[in-house]
Design a protein around this ligand. Structure first.
Ligand SMILES: *[C@@H]1O[C@H](CO)[C@@H](O)[C@H](O)[C@H]1NC(C)=O
Ligand SMILES: *[C@@H]1O[C@H](CO)[C@@H](O)[C@H](O)[C@H]1NC(C)=O
Ligand SMILES: *[C@@H]1O[C@H](CO)[C@@H](O)[C@H](O)[C@H]1NC(C)=O
Ligand SMILES: *[C@@H]1O[C@H](CO)[C@@H](O)[C@H](O)[C@H]1NC(C)=O
Ligand SMILES: *[C@@H]1O[C@H](CO)[C@@H](O)[C@H](O)[C@H]1NC(C)=O
Ligand SMILES: *[C@@H]1O[C@H](CO)[C@@H](O)[C@H](O)[C@H]1NC(C)=O
Ligand SMILES: *[C@@H]1O[C@H](CO)[C@@H](O)[C@H](O)[C@H]1NC(C)=O
Ligand SMILES: *[C@@H]1O[C@H](CO)[C@@H](O)[C@H](O)[C@H]1NC(C)=O
Length: 911
């Protein structure tokens, strides 16, 4: 009994201590925000993005200092709550209308959490980097009104979440990839005013959510696919000003369609009567084609709409010979038929008048009961529509606004609908909005000048500061909900009259605000709290450690599973090995979680991979994975020693590789001795053998999926060991909402720069995807370059040099002299591995065989030195680790039997 209460006593003390510590730690971290920094990968990417831009107006000068998210870099918007990985991430990049020139850096592809990318209205040149397609969370991409050239990369077919795709008014050329039809969320597809050519893919009709399609003003040829009339939600289809031929699709278009424009093409045949009775059709333009035959007047007679909408039928300049059906024109319908043979018929000339000026819509005036014309308002003030009875002067916010692809062609009929749409979107009263002017522009686009007036509360004449900021944020942050009818919008300007200049100015220049003061005070307190917490921690650390183990053991609901050759570690053992997962023991970080260096009880040095919250998986899956990994043994693969599955933690324990990653040795920055060509070749051969084993000997075969230089580790003898295989299913890519997809197998995993373009596109994983990534590693070995750096893709770069006979200009000169014919053969092999076309790549077995051939071609002196160099004790060799993993007796034998050239490479083609 005494024992029990004594135990209880200890337990409860531990609980209290834990609770107190927890509270203190939470306080200190949340106030100090020590970890409130942007993901370093994204910071590097942003710097590279800036580097490739010219910024004549110095909009981006504040990108030179501080942290992108916490120092408010211009145009960078972040998620201000931390993600699972503890970092802040870039949510939006808004660099519109900034007079930027230069090119789009492929590093944009690293802002993987980004949802909105706005670069419209600049002078950007160059092509669209395929890396943009690596942005799985992108909702909106706008690069319109630039001078971008080149084709649309096929990788864009991966933009699974993209709703708004605006690339109009550039010089984009080439065939539009039919693969884009896989985009499930696409709503607005704007590619007008480019140099696109080739055919219109019929597959586009498969996009389930398309509302607005603008492909006008390009060089498309061939015919309009019949399938386009099946797009069920379509509001607007503009294919005008191309070189389309053939006939008009006979099918019936969407019931909601408002605009069909096929004008200025080379269409032939007759006009299908199916255009009749479409209830919302406002514009049907087939002008300037070679359409012939008889037109059925039912197209405009059979309207079933509310009759208040106008309907313009424009069939000018065709070969139409007659009109069938009744000829009296309904209200609000305009029919234009001049320039057709039928105009010689006296009875039809009513349709053949010359086109009246396309007048801009007049606005419905605001009704006023009192005449305020006598009232003179001070500058920047005008009579507010919110209080016309008393002729109140108030200061409006002035907004230049443009509907980029309105789903209507007559604004008058939509004005009141637009007013309520916009004011409710902005949370304003209907009478706070005055549309000062509207003007149709080329496109057609609708430009407006809006005035927003303060709410009539106590006859206030100005908005208060927070309201100004809120409204501006609604426009600049695209927070006004999308409207199907009004389509995408853009902000032209948001002008603050002198009245508001101070209001906004004070926010950015007033130095220390109250909020900041509070922050500083709290921060100071927090520092004190943390310091005392650290002292407290140190005192209690030893005592706590003992008790923790007891409590952890008791809380554990561990199912112990015996897997031959793999040890089952407790949480306590792992904590002990890493000094309680001390930061100083951290040696790396990956998608899966952190990697620690640890020393086990028996002195074995190990690498411990600890899954972070969010990449944990079900126990069954975890053990399946371990079971699989336990059966994989090869001298060129990093061995699994054990695992830990306790306390809601999942860890994998590997042999430790003291020489680090291949990447470390290739980077010039690291003060590592450069690798000779012979050593590089040997590393290439070793890695290839490891991967060949995974493909052909492991059962089931394992595709690595994430081969890269930082996943190739070097043992004390500089023998390459491939790491992280089989972890594919352990590291699902979390999406923005933090949820992890249920079927990871369909998620493209991998690292930009190493990704097989074909896998990327098809999501079909093959052994050739690994061949591609390995080819990239080979190119790194040869050139020392990163796969993507300074906006350049290694495959492209090396290919260009190779084609132009300049290959030796890109070879890493840090590896000293080398036999040029061997280097040349190696380059050739590497480039072959990186072919876009899967079938053109060699198999893994062929790669190994070719590398062996190159090895045999090497002058003996070179290979000898390598051998002696790497076995010479004390120089490059670290103290031997005692970590010889328990070999599994039923594992198939190491296929690379002898040291380097085995001669027993299996000739089986990989599955
Ligand atoms: C940066 O912007 C955020 C969000 O708009 C704001 O809360 C913060 O105070 C700003 N920080 C600075 C240093 O201006
Ligand atoms: C797009 O390009 C066309 C043709 O060059 C031009 O008429 C139109 O004004 C441009 N639109 C925008 C919004 O820049
Ligand atoms: C349409 O144009 C394409 C390509 O310009 C051509 O191959 C085809 O024969 C044309 N079809 C018709 C019906 O004129
Ligand atoms: C047509 O528009 C209405 C109103 O916006 C909508 O409820 C309906 O679902 C649309 N029809 C189709 C086929 O999308
Ligand atoms: C299309 O028609 C125009 C005008 O009739 C003609 O100049 C042009 O050659 C035609 N283009 C094609 C591809 O048929
Ligand atoms: C047009 O409406 C009339 C009368 O409702 C109907 O008889 C005729 O079939 C309709 N024509 C078409 C092409 O829908
Ligand atoms: C439609 O016609 C009626 C009668 O002429 C007219 O009053 C109304 O303004 C027209 N509607 C539009 C949108 O033009
Ligand atoms: C803002 O845009 C509107 C509409 O394009 C234009 O009329 C106005 O002059 C612009 N104002 C400024 C200050 O650029």
């Amino acid at each position: 009994m005494f024992d029990n209460s004594g135990y209880f006593c200890i337990q409860s003390r531990v609980w209290i201590i834990e609770a107190v510590l927890l509270v203190w730690l939470c306080w200190s971290t949340s106030f100090i925000g020590a970890k409130d920094v942007t993901d370093p990968v994204e910071v590097t990417a942003l710097r590279a993005i800036k580097k490739s831009l010219n910024d004549p107006m110095n909009n981006l000068t504040n990108w030179n200092r501080g942290d992108p998210c916490t120092s408010n870099w211009t145009g960078v918007w972040c998620f201000y709550s931390k993600m699972n990985d503890g970092y802040l991430h870039v949510q939006q990049l808004q660099l519109l209308n900034m007079h930027l020139s230069g090119t789009l850096s492929p590093e944009l592809g690293r802002l993987s959490y980004m949802t909105i990318l706005l670069l419209n209205g600049n002078k950007l040149t160059g092509s669209l980097p395929e890396e943009l397609g690596y942005l799985p969370n992108l909702d909106r991409i706008q690069i319109d009104q630039n001078q971008i050239s080149g084709p649309i990369p096929i990788s864009f077919a991966n933009l699974n979440k993209t709703k708004h795709f605006h690339m109009n008014n550039n010089s984009i050329s080439g065939q539009i990839p039919p693969e884009l039809s896989r985009l499930p969320e696409l709503v607005h597809f704007l590619l007008d005013n480019n140099n696109l050519s080739g055919y219109l893919p019929q597959e586009f009709s498969e996009m389930p959510n398309l509302l607005i399609v603008q492909l006008d003003n390009n060089h498309f040829n061939g015919s309009i696919p019949d399938s386009y009339s099946n797009m069920s939600k379509l509001l607007k289809l503009d294919l005008s000003s191309n070189q389309l031929n053939g006939t008009i699709p006979p099918g019936r278009f969407s019931e909601n369609i408002t605009t069909i424009d096929f004008s200025n093409n080379n269409l032939t045949g007759t006009i299908p009567a199916n255009f009749s009775g479409l209830p919302h059709l406002q514009q049907l333009s087939l002008a300037n084609n070679s359409l012939s035959g008889t037109v059925s007047s039912s197209i405009w007679q059979n309207r079933t709409s509310n009759g208040n909408e106008t309907f313009v039928v424009d069939f000018q300049n065709n070969d139409l010979s007659n009109i069938s059906g009744t000829l009296n024109l309904p209200l609000n319908v305009t029919v234009r038929l001049n320039g057709n043979p039928l105009c010689t018929n006296e009875s039809l000339v009513q349709f053949c008048g010359s086109q009246s000026e396309e007048d801009n819509d007049a606005l419905n005036p605001v009704n006023s009961t009192v005449d305020c014309t006598a009232v003179r308002c001070p500058q920047s003030y005008e009579i507010s529509p919110t209080s016309l009875e008393i002729c109140l002067c108030s200061a409006p916010l002035l907004v230049g606004y443009r509907l980029k692809s309105p789903g209507f062609s007559n604004f008058l009929a939509y004005q009141s609908m637009f007013e309520s749409y916009l004011t409710s979107g902005l949370s304003l009263n209907l009478d706070q909005l005055k549309i000062d002017s509207v003007a149709w522009e080329e496109g057609p686009r609708l430009k407006m000048y809006l005035k927003l007036f303060p709410e009539d509360v106590n006859n206030s004449s100005e908005f208060n500061r927070s309201e100004v900021l809120r409204i501006r944020g609604m426009f600049t942050g695209w927070n006004i909900p999308d409207s199907e009818v009004f389509g995408p919008y853009e902000l032209i300007n948001f002008t603050l009259s002198d009245v508001y200049k101070d209001v906004i100015g004070s926010s950015s220049s007033s130095g220390v605000s109250t909020g900041a003061l509070v922050g500083i005070v709290l921060g100071t307190i927090a520092v004190a709290v943390t310091l005392s917490a650290i002292v407290f921690l140190l005192i209690l650390k030893n005592r706590l450690k003992k008790y923790q183990t007891i409590s952890r053991r008791r809380k554990s609901t561990r199912i112990s599973i015996k897997i031959d050759g793999v040890k089952d570690f407790t949480y306590g053992e792992m904590a002990l090995a890493t000094n309680n997962f001390n930061d100083s023991a951290e040696v790396g970080q990956g998608g899966y979680g952190k990697v620690y260096k640890g020393v086990l009880d028996d002195g074995t040095v190990v690498a411990i991979k600890r899954a972070q919250e969010g990449s944990l998986q079900g126990q069954k899956e975890f053990f399946t994975e371990i079971e699989l990994l336990s059966r994989v043994h090869h001298r060129n693969l990093v061995s699994l020693i054990g695992y830990c599955d306790e306390e809601g933690e999942q860890m994998l324990v590997y042999e430790f590789m003291p020489n680090g990653t291949l990447r470390d040795h290739l980077s010039a920055s690291k003060s590592k001795e450069p690798l000779s060509f012979a050593m590089r070749l040997r590393i290439a051969l070793g890695s290839s053998k490891g991967i060949l084993y995974l493909h052909t000997e492991a059962n089931p075969p394992i595709f690595h999926r994430d081969i890269k230089a930082s996943n190739i580790l070097l043992d004390p003898k500089f023998i390459a060991k491939v790491a992280d295989f089989g972890l594919s299913r352990l590291a699902p890519v979390p999406d923005i909402e933090g949820s992890t997809p249920a079927h990871v197998s369909t998620v493209v995993k991998g690292t930009p720069g190493y990704l097989d373009p074909e896998y990327f596109l098809t999501h079909k994983l093959t052994d050739k995807s690994d061949v591609y990534s390995l080819g990239v590693v080979f190119l790194e070995l040869l050139t020392g370059m990163h796969p993507i750096s300074h906006g350049k893709n290694i495959v492209r770069e090396v290919n260009v040099s190779y084609q132009s006979g300049m290959i030796f200009s890109v070879i890493d000169n840090r590896m000293g002299s080398y036999p040029s014919e061997c280097v040349e053969k190696f380059v050739k092999l590497a480039l072959k591995c990186c072919q876009e076309d899967t079938d053109a790549r060699p198999s893994m077995a062929q790669v190994v065989r070719e590398l062996e051939n190159i090895w045999l071609m090497m002058p003996e002196s070179d290979t000898k030195t390598t051998e002696s160099l790497i076995t010479e004790p004390g120089k490059l060799v670290s103290p031997p680790s005692s970590s010889t993993p328990t070999k599994n007796p039923y594992v198939s034998s190491d296929i690379s039997g002898s040291d380097l050239v085995s001669g027993v490479i299996p000739t089986i083609a990989p599955r």
